[in-house]
Design a protein around this ligand. Structure first.
Ligand code: AMP
Ligand code: MG
Length: 426
């Protein structure tokens, strides 16, 4: 299948169009009826919420002190610069205090519940409880405290519900749970929750030249790196990997691996073998077992990309070159998988910064492996010197992608989009 690109690369499809088509084709977890499982909060990191989460409580559950100090009612303060009050109770965190005796102060600590009748906390650094001779301050033999009379009502008090109100939706379905989400869920007392079962993602590494790391290279062989890049990506997304290992460049081996993958997984991803050479069997095999669209996408690296279906399961055919695998997974496969998994946030955040690059317009949108650094205290993007799709070490040097739009000349200092790897590597 080909598509108008609206660019100067005839027969190629623009990235945005490919992404739209791919995301349209992805069935969301809700549509596909992806099973929902119950997990404890401790098991929930990286999972996608299957239901909106409501709070059954107010957070904090009562007014409490933001400081170690003295709680009192502002009307107890006199007209002199300094007031002196009897200390009528002691309220540590976790205690349930008595109502405040009018005209007195309560010794209070951070996080402790404010006694009924108090409306200000004076921090202990502003208070005196001893005289200049070192004797305890007292009023009629009772312990007392001296403090400045000018205070602001409500000062140093954290109000009930200031964080979360009872009944509020704290997180919608589709949220991908990060550490801060777990903290908030814990803060409202949720110990167990419904999330989507992790997707099972099958990976095939095609190529007769591949051997596994740890073995000795024979002439003509290379190590299988895509398998490990993709394993890291799938694990980082919290999905389950179904690893079919290295698949030989024969129609039989390709057919067999693809049908096994389709049987065991929710989605099938291959690397390599989608070009149109006679050693590329993925295309024919997918067409035999399902259906395939072979796209030439106007991106660099990663131009050949296949999308289709094998025995009813979605199929994504990534290129073979290691840097192209990284890029096409990040910008195409990742949002596709996240949608299938039930997430609502699919795309990474990007930032704009000046790039250290001057060049003529090119027909394809380029995802350059680049480093965001600073120059004279200002952010600046430095592309790696070798952007070949075979040079994966570019991505170890880099910390993100500089995105150069198609058909756009660039002069050093122009601002371009930058996507940090931290946005797409998990
Ligand atoms: P292909 O699309 O199968 O022609 O592969 C394109 C290039 O990527 C070739 O140079 C392959 O050797 C290389 N390649 C394919 N698969 C892998 C892999 N799993 N690990 C490392 N390089 C690969
Ligand atoms: Mg190959």
């Amino acid at each position: 299948m080909s598509g108008g690109c609206g660019c100067d690369s005839p027969g190629m499809m623009a990235y945005e169009q490919a992404l739209d088509q791919l995301l349209d084709a992805a069935t969301s977890a809700e549509e596909s009826g992806q099973p929902v499982i119950q997990v404890t909060l401790a098991q929930a990191l990286g999972r996608i919420l299957a239901e909106d989460q409501h709070s059954a409580v107010d957070v904090p559950p009562n007014d409490n002190s933001a400081m170690d100090g003295y709680a009192l009612h502002i009307d107890s303060l006199g007209s002199d610069a300094v007031s002196q009050l009897v200390i009528s109770q002691r309220v540590p965190a976790g205690a349930d205090p008595e109502p405040l005796k009018p005209g007195t102060a309560a010794r209070i600590f951070t996080g402790a519940k404010i006694p009924e009748g108090a409306n200000v906390v004076v921090k202990q650094e502003d208070c005196e409880t001893t005289t200049s001779e070192g004797n305890p301050l007292t009023i009629n033999g009772e312990s007392a405290v001296q403090l400045p009379s000018i205070q602001e009502k409500g000062q140093n008090i954290r109000l009930l519900g200031q964080d979360i109100r009872q009944g509020e939706v704290i997180m919608p379905a589709g949220t991908r749970l990060q550490p801060q989400h777990l903290g908030v869920l814990a803060s409202v007392g949720i110990g167990e929750l419904s999330v989507y079962r992790p997707l099972k993602v099958a990976i095939l590494s095609t190529g007769d030249e591949l051997i596994e790391p740890g073995l000795t290279l024979a002439p003509g062989q290379i190590y299988n790196s895509n398998r490990y890049t993709l394993t890291g990506m799938i694990n980082g997304l919290g999905m389950e990997m179904v690893d079919l290992g290295i698949v030989a460049d024969t129609p039989e081996a390709t057919d067999e691996a693809l049908s096994r993958a389709a049987k065991e997984a929710d989605v099938v991803i291959s690397s390599g073998g989608v070009s149109v050479g006679e050693e590329d069997h993925v295309k024919a095999s997918v067409e035999k077992l399902g259906s395939l669209n072979l796209w030439r996408i106007a991106i660099k690296p990663g131009k050949p990309f296949a999308y289709g279906e094998v025995q009813g399961k979605p199929f994504l055919g990534l290129p073979g070159n290691p840097a192209a695998v990284l890029v096409s997974f990040n910008i195409l496969a990742r949002p596709f998988l996240l949608k299938m998994q039930g997430a609502t946030e699919l795309m990474p955040i990007s930032y704009r910064a000046p790039v250290m690059l001057t060049r003529k317009a090119q027909g394809r949108k380029e995802f350059m492996r680049a480093r965001l650094t600073s120059k004279d205290g200002k952010p600046c993007i430095e592309p790696f010197s070798n952007q070949s799709s075979g040079v994966l070490s570019s991505a170890v040097w880099a910390n993100g992608y500089a995105i150069i739009p198609a058909n756009t000349a660039v002069t050093e200092g122009d601002e371009v989009d930058f996507v940090p790897f931290s946005e797409v590597m998990n």
